[in-house]
Structure formats: structure tokens, C-alpha cells
Ligand binder design. Sequence first.
Ligand code: PA5
Length: 435
Amino acid sequence: MISLNLDQLAGMQQEVLDTLTTAENSWGEFMTLADAEHPWTGWFDAPRKNGFNEGKFIQSWAKEVDVHYDCVVVCGIGGSFAGTKAVDDALYPKLTHNTPTKPIYYAGNHLCERSLIELLDHLQDKYPLINVVSKSGTTTEPALAFRALLDYIERKFPDEIAQRVVVTTDVEKGDLCGFVEQQGCKSFVIPSNIGGRFSVLSAVGLVPLCLAGYEVSHLLTGADQLYTSLRAADSAAEAHPVWLHAAARHTAWSKGIRIDALAYTTPKLDAFVAWWKQLFGESEGKQDKGLFPAGLAYTTDLHSMGQYLQQGWPAILETFMTFNHSGSISPGGIERRLKIPAPKAAQDKFARLVGRNMEDINSVAMESAYMAHASRGIPCLKLEIDGSLNLHTLGYMFAYFQCVCTLTARLAGLNPFDQPGVEDYKKNMFRLLEV
Ligand code: PA5
């Protein structure tokens, strides 16, 4: 399903291979902790533990929601929205009305007044379901946006608060429990042993995606394929890409690399890479350590950051992520391709490319950047996913990066599951706001 190519690692290959046994052992220790239900490990193997059943339950509940709705608003920030957006932006055809899924809009992931006004205006002729997602229930951004959305619901659908608001929170600790009890609205549980940025395959992602009409079982099956492959992995046969990837990132840090740049070939993955940045930044940026996660949206960024990669400060590990099957799937499951056409009025120098698929040209551009950056001495990894961009491969990639992140943090002696640093700005903000 996935392969990691280390051929162009600027001479670090041997050190990566030397780190492999440590990585494999550390991973074995993590799985033992997860099997013993150690705090924060609930995400590993989640589909098998409860996720498949939960996915089925949420899917059938979503099909029977007893109020008419034509869109979903997810109100959450960080891990409480990033995974949902990653899936929806990757798969929802943005420029057509002919789609089997309902649109998802986002609130509570920023404090921008103008954006919130635009959303509220847009909702004036809509029938939304609001899914407020907050593990703690105390986060400023979703709490304030939820106030604005509640105000809108109270004005427009005064008798339908219980039907139009769905809450996803930690029922043991979450501050939203009082609201659920008072209003009698539907609620879903974020398990206490799953942290925000590891929660996309829990109710956090499953509820809004089911409400929008996605078949989340494929997402869970994809993740399960990765977890199962890790359970079966045996270094005597072949090193698992998760171990290799974590060993490469760990080695890169020890050699003075400070930035981990993930290069990808489609704007459809912008939100996925935003999810990836949140996962790695919040999990590894501690104790003055951690590769700074950056995204490179190719080929767009070859016209900006490409210059930096070629001649700028070279402390970068670049990972080229590609899906080896990239046709566009239209509603109804029909694969569509675009061949370079031959319009009569064309005056450019690209006549030789007529008849070739656009995606083939995209692959050639990616390979060309890989060759150019590697020959400049940038350590480059190639991460090749065997499949097209769909729910299954996205589920697999969520699980893959969660495991790589956890293992790299362990190799650096870090706890990937806490985020003590984010409290500092909040203390200042609350003092300035006098709340
Ligand atoms: O990964 C994390 O824990 C964070 O990014 C949280 O998801 C984010 O801060 C939102 O927290 P909450 O769901 O409690 O509102």
C-alpha cells in the first residue's frame, strides 16, 4: 500500500538503517502500552477496538436524522476539525452541484469576525445541522463561534435547537455536557484516551462525515490496513515504512536538519497537509526539539518555494508524497481523465504534449523537482501510495502519519500526546480579556 524510498537521502541511508532496530523496539513498546490501554493510546487500532461498530452506529443514525438539513457546520478547532476538513476538501467536488455529499462549512477554527459574518450570511437561506466539536468544551474559538451559531438557530429555527445541534465532546470532563443535558440534543463521545489531533477516526471525524454522506467504513478500513500491517511487521522479512520513516526523521534531526517539508501534487490535499502540520507541530515541538513541519503544494510552490529548496538554507528534509493512481472520480464512480487537447488557436510550445494525461505531466514535474533538489544535496524521501485519493487511502494515511509521529517523538524522548506550550498564549489572552 505504501513504500518509502531512501535512495536520495544525502548520504544518511546507513545511519537510518542503523536506527531501525531502535525504532522497531520502541514501536513494540508502544504497542504493548496501547494493548494495556495506557493513557492517550486509544487511537491505535481504534477501528478494531470500537471504531467499526461506532462507524456503523453513527452512519445509521445519520441516515435517520429527523430534521431536514442541506449542509453541516463543524464548529471546532485543532484536532476537532482538521481531519474532517482534510477528508472533505480532498473528496468533495468544489465546483459542481452534482455531488452525493452535502457541503460542510467550518466555524470556530479562527477568530476572524469577517469570515464568521460571511458564514452566517451564507446560512440565511440554508437548513444547517451544527456539529459543535470540542473535547474540553472550554476552547475560546469554538465557544464564541458556537454562541453566534446558537443565536442564529434561536432566531431562525427557535423550536429546533435540539434537532439542529449535535455535540461531540468528552463526556467525562467536557464543559458542553451541561448544554446537552439542558437542551436534550444528540451527543457523541470523544474517548478520554484519544487526544484531539489523534481523534479524526473517532466521533470527531465520523459524525460530520456521516452527516455529509460519506461512507466512513472505507476510512476505517484504510486505517485498519495500516495498523494490521504494523502488528504483522517483522524486520527479518522487511522493515515497515513507519519504522523507516521515523528513523529517517530522527536521523535527519541528529544531522542538523530542522525542517520537514511535505511536498504534494494536488490542491485537494491542502487541508490534509494542514492536518499533518498540526499533528507533527503540536506533538513534536517540545523541549527545544522537533522538525518544523512545512507543506509544499506542488507545482504551485515550485514557482516560489522551489527557489528556496534549490538555493536557500539547506537544513530541510523533503518528502515527496504521491498517489500512483490519480484519475478524478466523478459522482457515480466514473473515472475521468483529461488529455492535453489540441485547440486550433493554441500558440504555445507544448504541441508535443497533446494527448498526454495532465496527471502524467504532474508526475514528471514532481520527479523533476525530486531530482533537482536531491542533486543539490537536500535529503529527499519518496513516499508512494499505491492507490488513488479516496476514503480508504486517506484513512490509511491518517493512521500512517499518526504512527510515524508517535514513533519519532518516542525516539527523541518526547511525549507526543501533550501540548503544554499552547497554554502560554491563552494565559495572556484571558488576562487581557479579563475572563
Ligand atoms: O490536539 C489537540 O489536543 C488540540 O489541537 C485540540 O484538538 C484543540 O486545541 C481543540 O481542543 P478542544 O477539542 O478541547 O476544543
